[in-house]
Design a protein around this ligand. Sequence first.
Ligand SMILES: CC(=O)N[C@H]1[C@@H](OP(=O)(O)O)O[C@H](CO)[C@@H](O)[C@@H]1O
Ligand SMILES: [Mg+2]
Length: 553
Amino acid sequence: MSFLVVPSEFTRAGNTTHTGEKFPIPDDEKFSYGTAGFRFDAKKLPFLVFRCAYVASLRARQLNSAIGVMITASHNPEEDNGVKLVDPSGDMLNGQWEKYATEIVNASDAELPSAVAALEKQMSQIEKSFIARGLVQNARVVCGMDTRVTGPHLMSAASQGSALFSVRFENIGVVSTPILHYIVKSHNFPQFANPTLHGYYTAIKEAFMELYMETEEPEGSRYQPKVIVDCANGVGAPRFRDLMKEIPSDYLEVEFRNENGRLNHQCGADFVKIKQELPENFDGIQEPKSASFDGDADRLIYFRSKKGAEKPRAAELFDGDKIACLYAMYIQEQLKAYHETKPTYNIDMGIVQTAYANGASTRFIRDTLKMKPIIVKTGVKYLHEEASEFDIGIYFEANGHGTVVFSSHFDSIIRRHPQTLVPLRRLALFSRVINETVGDAFADLLAVEICLRHYGWSMDDWAEKLYRDVPSHQVKVDVAKREDFETTNAEQTLVKPIGLQEEIDKTVAKYKESRAFVRPSGTENIVRVYAEADTLENAIELGETLKKIVLKY
Ligand SMILES: CC(=O)N[C@H]1[C@@H](OP(=O)(O)O)O[C@H](CO)[C@@H](O)[C@@H]1O
Ligand SMILES: [Mg+2]
């Protein structure tokens, strides 16, 4: 560049929404790159997406790679939208670049040219070395969007933002967030998969069907080869339908619900998890096995109607923790065959959770699986990073976002090496069903089905054979300033406001088998309270008592 000509509809002053309405953004309004990118009322996003796409194009040139831009606000209401950037290997954006993106977004219209010039100056040395080696042909911005009506207008903002720096732009249309991550990685690592929607379907389908063939259902199996999917009225509906068209229904039958209603409204993985309630259009009758996606299909929660519950629509959840433990058990069993060959290299495996993991799952990992659970801060980037320390790293947030990551050692010893032992072939195939770039509701669902079939488990079996959840309750508390709350100890202990943690401790001590913590959200201006106790009534009482204490501060 750097002759900066920004179309007026994408400036702060002229910011224009998808209906053509002007929605100016004051120069002093600041935005932060949260746990999952920039996420706000969709009206604010046109100027913001334009600037982010420009940053993405710079990063693409700097690394001579494909960089992803995903336009989504996931499980948030339909009126919101958001944008996040994806790094070349399909990971979340590098931390230093989150800062660059924040600087560019927060510049006033008048400051923008100098902010851009400063950033480009920092980049130019690195980029020059690529250009000198003739390496610019791989730079491109790959952009996907969820099903929100504001998506196409933001897609156009992204396209014009990356055009500023003459970087190739690829619109991959309405996709789930994990598909975008997968395609970005496929562009940069061609041996991974074909960098197209069809490449994604083919890779996952083939791995699933081969693994299915390597799976033996035990005698007396109670496995149910059917699942009813709540699509949250989001992108899961069209895209999972596409994928399931490729897989014959005698492998797995999927019934789709909540495909065309209001996005995330009374349905979806977040609703089911927080309310512990059946989503709309489910009545608990004749629904043996059901699962929910969130709006952009990167979360998966299994559920069924809760037997004998007082609340009429209460749901029993098989959440991220239950999925993680199921995977761990399965992988551990296959891995045993590898270690029995007395190899020189020991393939290690770890599980990463957050403080929201149900206490019973953490005990199951420690006492039954004999693994050391690792607890990190909330946010996929922290879990992903920690899990990447292992050859096989399983990570899940209780809300159903998670995956398994595999090291380069695993890749060369197991995945790319011909295997004669069935358990090792299973392990290699399992790693291909999984979308290791990021939690993926589709891939995770298929992997869960393989595990359940392998063990011959019904939902009753899955509920009983791992562990029983400790009753828990989550509450959102509206506060004036979430910045007033600061935590330590993987967010489980408050250091600010002073004195609050002591009061929490005193209250928690009054309940049996209790555990609770309070932390500020990274995505909403609220404080979250999480409480566990011996009964659901007590967990609710403890949570609500803590809410009152928080409000007092
Ligand atoms: C308790 C909870 O579910 N928190 C969610 C939520 O983060 P908060 O920082 O708690 O608002 O949104 C994140 C992004 O989607 C997700 O990673 C995380 O798990
Ligand atoms: Mg999501």
